[in-house]
Every structure is written in C-alpha cells, then in structure tokens.
Design a protein around this ligand. Structure first.
Ligand SMILES: *[C@@H]1O[C@H](CO)[C@@H](O)[C@H](O)[C@H]1NC(C)=O
Ligand SMILES: *[C@@H]1O[C@H](CO)[C@@H](O)[C@H](O)[C@H]1NC(C)=O
Length: 338
C-alpha cells in the first residue's frame, strides 16, 4: 500500500520535472511582444516590450531590434555584451537602449526616447541564436488643444459664428461641436491643412444662437491614437441679446466701437497721467482693470484637459486679442450702458 503510494508520487514528480524542463532543453522559450499596437505621442519615451517565456538569461547572446522598412534596418543591436552602435540606423542613434539588468530574465524590451513621427512602424525583436522573433507595432500620434475664437456675426439668424482651430495633430483628427448638453451641432466642413512637419491643422466653424444655450465645446479627436482634446466657451447670459441688437446696426456699432476704443485709450492716458502725479489714486484704477478682465474670462474659459491646460489658455488668450475683439467689446459696452 505505502510502496504503491510512494511509487506514484515519484512518477508524478518526474512527469512534472520533465514537463517543466522540456521547453528549456528543446529551446522552446517563445519571444512574446505586445500583441496590441503601442501608441506614443511625439516627444514621448516609449517601451516596446519583448521577452522570452519561460525566461532564459540572454545577456551574452546577440539581440536585435530591426525595422525591415529601413536601411540600415538596425534599430538596436546587443552584441558581445554591449550596445553595438556602429550598425545602428543613424536616426536611432542615442535614442534606443535595452534594460541591461533585465536581460538575465529574458527581457529584451527596447526603450525608445523622444519619439518622432517617422518612428511609426513595425519593430522586430530577434534572437539569432534561437531563431525567435516577435513583431511589435508602434503607432505615433501628435495632439494639441483647440482654441475657440469668435469669427463673426450671422445677421440672418442673429447668431454668432464660432471658429475652432487646432494645430499639430497626427494622424488627421476629426472636429466636433457640442452644445451644453453634449449634443453634436451641425457645423461647416472641417478644413484641414498639412504642414511641412507633416502635422495637421484643422479648423471648423459653427453658427450658434440662443436656442443652442450658452456653453459650447469644440472637441478634436483621433480614434487611432485614442486621443481627445476639447475647449469650452461660455457666453454671458445676455450675450445673444447684445448680439442681436448689435447685428442690426453693424456699421453703427463698428463706428461707436472705434469711438469707444479711442475714448478708452484717452481715458487710460488720463488715468496714467493722474497716476504719475498722484500715487494714491492707483487703488481706484486697478479694480476697474480687473473688471474688464473678468468680462473676458467669463466669455472664454479654458480647456478641460489638465495635461494641456496651459496651451488651451494660451490659445484662448491669443484668440481674444484678434478676431474676438468685436463681440468682447460689445459685451463690455453693454455692461457700461447698464
Ligand atoms: C521588461 O522590462 C521592462 C522595462 O523595465 C518592463 O516594463 C517590462 O514589464 C518587463 N517585462 C517583463 C515581462 O518583465
Ligand atoms: C482608449 O481609451 C479608453 C479610455 O481611456 C480605454 O478604455 C481604451 O482601452 C483605449 N483604447 C485603446 C485602443 O487604447
């Protein structure tokens, strides 16, 4: 009884041992790379993972990373225990490395620094000794936050034309306008321009009026790289009221705006002169300036993505100073009249 039991245990153990060791004896470790495309943004550092399973120490082996569409094809070569730079494609010099401590665990993942658009492609990790390979696809994208500006007034509908522009995308993204409830608004066709750097600039215009609410979003998205950036614009409650009044008398408004701008300049000059002579009055001037700023920031609020907040704000600020001048001033004027 006991003997039978011991015997069967030995059989079990030896079967297990043979099962575990066999892959090593026959060199059956497989190279496993990321099955999904790896997505990186321009300027990122990215890791293309590739490892032997079960793990085998490969620190003393020759290891290759290649791209068959390049000449020379080598992205990285590990030869005689070091980075063999001479054979490397010049565009990868100084940008590729292995995790040398990982090699003893069969991990030959590649680190690629400062990703460029041209890095997009299929990478092969290869161990010549074992004739094992795996192919990993790298997809490269570039994104930026859109900026919204006020492009004009639509007399026929008492609406406002909003323009959204976003520079520096790859691949080509799509542009959507949404109202405050997240419904897609019908907009004009998206204009796309490809720059000398291969990046896309997209812009789109939409005409909105008070039926659409007060809050609008321009969303730029690229599904291949799973990236979305959006910027919101929020109108003051009485914006459309002002707008419909001013659109009826655009010429008159333009003239009165010019006059009011001139008056503002004069006023500022006077205040400045006063300041020069009486420092005490500075306190009265500053709150006034702040009020003006508030009117503008209420009109344009920045991008919702933390990552690119700065850029969104920057573009919003830029748009304020150009095409949006007219409506912004009209709002200010309205408040003054009130
Ligand atoms: C291989 O090393 C890289 C870099 O340290 C790491 O990100 C990856 O998870 C490792 N892969 C395995 C299977 O351990
Ligand atoms: C895209 O992003 C969403 C949410 O962040 C995620 O669930 C999804 O897996 C991503 N898809 C790809 C292809 O990366």
């Amino acid at each position: 009884m006991d003997q039978l039991c011991i015997h069967s245990t030995i059989v079990t153990i030896s079967v297990l041992v043979v099962h575990l060791l066999l892959p090593f004896c026959r060199g059956q470790s497989r190279l496993i790379g990321s099955p999904q495309p790896v997505v990186a943004k321009v300027g990122d550092d990215v890791i293309l993972t590739c490892h032997l399973e079960p793990a085998v120490d490969v620190a003393t082996k020759t290891l290759e990373w290649t791209r068959s569409d390049l000449k020379p094809t080598y992205v990285y070569i590990w030869y005689a225990g070091q980075d063999y730079v001479n054979m490397k494609n010049p565009s990868y010099k100084g940008r590729t490395s292995l995790f040398t401590d990982e090699l003893k665990h069969g991990n030959i993942s590649l680190k690629l620094s400062n990703v460029k658009l041209a890095d997009e492609g299929k990478y092969r990790c290869y161990i010549p000794d074992r004739n094992e390979e795996s192919v990993i696809e790298l997809v490269v994208g570039s994104v930026s936050s859109p900026g919204i500006s006020l492009a004009g007034l639509d007399k026929s509908t008492n609406g406002v034309v909003l323009q959204c522009e976003s520079k520096g995308w790859y691949p080509e993204p799509e542009v959507l306008w949404l109202d405050g409830e997240g419904n897609v608004l019908s907009a004009g066709p998206t204009e796309t321009v490809r720059g000398p750097d291969d990046l896309y600039t997209v812009s789109s215009r939409v005409t909105v009026d008070k039926r659409h609410g007060h809050r609008f979003t321009c969303r730029v998205q690229q599904n291949n790289i799973n990236q979305t950036r959006e910027t919101h614009i929020h109108f003051l409650d009485d914006f459309f009221k002002v707008q419909s009044r001013s659109s009826a008398t655009t010429v008159g408004l333009a003239v009165s705006l010019a006059v009011s701008i001139m008056l503002s300049v004069l006023l500022l000059l006077l205040l400045w002169k006063k300041n020069m002579s009486k420092r005490n009055q500075m306190d009265e001037v500053e709150p006034e300036d702040q009020n003006n700023d508030n009117a503008e920031t209420e009109l344009l609020t920045e991008d919702s993505q933390n990552e690119t907040k700065q850029m969104g704000r920057h573009q919003a600020a830029a748009s304020r100073s150009s095409s949006s001048l007219l409506p912004v001033v009209s709002i200010k004027r309205f408040h003054e009249e009130k």
